[in-house]
Design a protein around this ligand. Structure first.
Ligand code: SAM
Length: 309
């Protein structure tokens, strides 16, 4: 079974491999067959379509798995973008795995990823939240639950709820850096940066701007830098049982503090008069590290380099 991403708007975004696959399978399971027909016509694809949407997915999955078991190839598409991402398909894919049918992704457009990569907001770690609840109280509660989330947040929203969503984002997240990706790959495409209040003002600045499809991206919660004494306490324990380099690596992983900062604290602790430690007598660890534990290229401030401990 092939899980095939289709264009968000621009028909040229269907990959050649996806087009070939859609042309050669026995049947295409599509969210809305009328919606997908123009795309297939554009590529001259005559494969039969079968409707698979959230209301019939379980029943259709059973029929499609039977066909797959008999050796037919099936492709799954949705109206736009990647199936199973805020779209039907996940249950069919799970059923295919359960039946021992191999599942082949045909990657391509996805509004969340397209918006994130064009937003300029931190993209190393992100949380895709999809659609929030439609009811105002539930939406605000869902946003409030995310207020400490350090990863960049990605939301889908229907145009008629977008202004209300921006109001709620302004209330809950204040002036956090936020981006709005509108009508990606279409004529009225725009990616706007600001905060929730300025983005709302941009939408209202021209009649009709709030119409279309939107992804909203909100930067994650700023991370509190750990206090020096917290880092020192952790390093003190780590240096008692680990060589310096490993202790620094572990402390960086736990605290998320900049490596150079942790490294400087570790050197300072080592230079301080030896404190009683938990290290076993005779251990090579103590709170001193062997010389070759100094990381390449790192020097202690004011030192003459590797030999200065
Ligand atoms: N499966 C799709 C994907 O891979 O992105 C998402 C389908 S979901 C039902 C539809 C939502 O995706 C829209 O309400 C909007 O938030 C977002 N979206 C879809 N197409 C978009 C586009 N061209 N520009 C901006 N957002 C889009």
């Amino acid at each position: 079974m092939y899980v095939v991403a289709t264009p968000l708007g621009n028909l040229a975004d269907l990959s050649p491999r996806a087009a070939q696959t859609l042309a050669m399978v026995a049947v295409i399971a599509a969210e809305d067959t009328r919606h997908s027909r123009p795309l297939l016509n554009h590529y001259g694809i005559r494969t039969p379509l079968l409707a698979l949407h959230e209301h019939n997915e379980a029943a259709q999955a059973t029929r499609l798995i039977e066909r797959l078991r008999q050796g037919e190839d099936v492709a799954l598409i949705s109206d736009a973008g990647t199936p199973a991402i805020s779209d039907p398909g996940q249950r069919l894919v799970a059923a295919a795995h359960a039946a021992g049918v191999s599942v082949v992704p045909m990657p391509g457009p996805c509004a969340a990823v397209a918006a994130l990569c064009a937003s300029g907001l931190p993209s190393a770690r992100f949380a895709f939240e999809g659609f929030l609840p439609a009811r105002a109280a539930a939406r605000r509660a869902a946003l409030s639950a995310l207020v400490q989330e350090p990863r960049t947040l990605i939301f889908y929203e229907a145009p008629h709820r977008l202004l209300a969503l921006l109001d709620d984002v302004a209330t809950v997240f204040g002036d956090r850096p936020t981006a709005l990706a509108k009508e990606l790959t279409k004529v009225h495409e725009a990616v706007i940066n600001g905060d929730a209040t300025s983005l709302k003002a941009w939408l209202l600045a021209e009649p009709g701007r709030e119409r279309g499809e939107f992804v909203l991206i909100v930067q994650g919660a700023p991370q509190q830098a750990p206090a020096s004494d917290e880092i020192d306490a952790l390093l003190g324990r780590l240096l008692a049982v680990l060589p310096l380099k490993q202790a620094v690596t572990a402390a960086v992983a736990v605290t998320d503090a900049p490596r150079n900062r942790v490294y400087r604290r570790a050197l300072a602790l080592q230079a301080a008069p030896a404190q009683p430690t938990l290290a076993p007598a005779g251990s090579r660890t103590g709170n001193r590290a062997p010389l070759d534990d100094v990381p390449e290229g790192e020097e202690s401030p004011g030192s003459t380099g590797r030999g200065a401990r």
